[in-house]
Design a protein around this ligand. Sequence first.
Ligand SMILES: [Fe+2]
Length: 313
Amino acid sequence: MSAIHVQPIGYALGAKVTGVDLSKTLGADEVSQIKAAWTKHLVLVFPGQDLDPETLIAFTRHFGELDDYASQPFNRHPGHDEVMLLSNKPIDGKLPPGANNGQNWHTDLSYTTRPAKGTMVYCIEKPSVGGDTMFANMYLAYESLSPKLRAFLDDTEAVHDVSLISARRDPAIMEAFKRLNPPVVHPAVREHPDAHRRALYVNDRVRTFVGMSDAESKPIIQFLCQHSVQPRFVYRHRWEVRDLVLWDNRCLTHLAVGDYDPREFRHMIRTSTMGDYHGRLENPEAAKAAQAALKAAAATSQDIVAGISSLHD
Ligand SMILES: [Fe+2]
């Protein structure tokens, strides 16, 4: 009998899970318990885990198809394309491209046609203070809107634009990033396939609503972004080294808080599972250009990383 224990750590969302060693092959019963807890609590924190890229990948595969991060070849783990580096730790003396990822409210990979389902992040080093991650419950954000606004959003699509990511990347890498990821269209509200609840799918990376002008869209987007992240919907995770945190991108937005001493290291590795849902490109003509950029990036990603890193000298 498994000794997995699930302890809620926030009212809006979040639970701590103990009694399981994620570096070992999990049994079907353990996976089933973790999935049930994940559906209920949205964010699961597994403290005191001993993981490396291989065991993180193995754990991730229990939750779906692994993303190979072809959409962003600039900050992958050397030797593991399926592992992203979230790190300000210099590589060859240079700041890595993913040093300041995710510092506005977002849901992972919504700027692709196949946004992430789950994200797993393992903390290897952390600053002495700060560098937390905040999560907002988008079920609660949606359910607390008026019926009229919910009805409008139920029938609305939103354009997600990679140029709205917050990372302070240099222009060359940002241009390559935009070529790889042209704007995509997703519903403004998505129903979770397991929880059968509807969640708001609008965040800081939404540029406009389909069929509406920017002038009409922006005030509503701005309201929704402010509404969805009010403190009563939020859990703030203070990282500990060896935490593995698993979150659900279908019903959450999150933000990496950049409030730490940049001379200290915040070093984490991340994997994602690909969602079952597919969005579409805002401009279908952009598909060919994105494919060409993808091929070019796959062939030269190491050169791009080296070239971009040299710009930080
Ligand atoms: Fe993120």
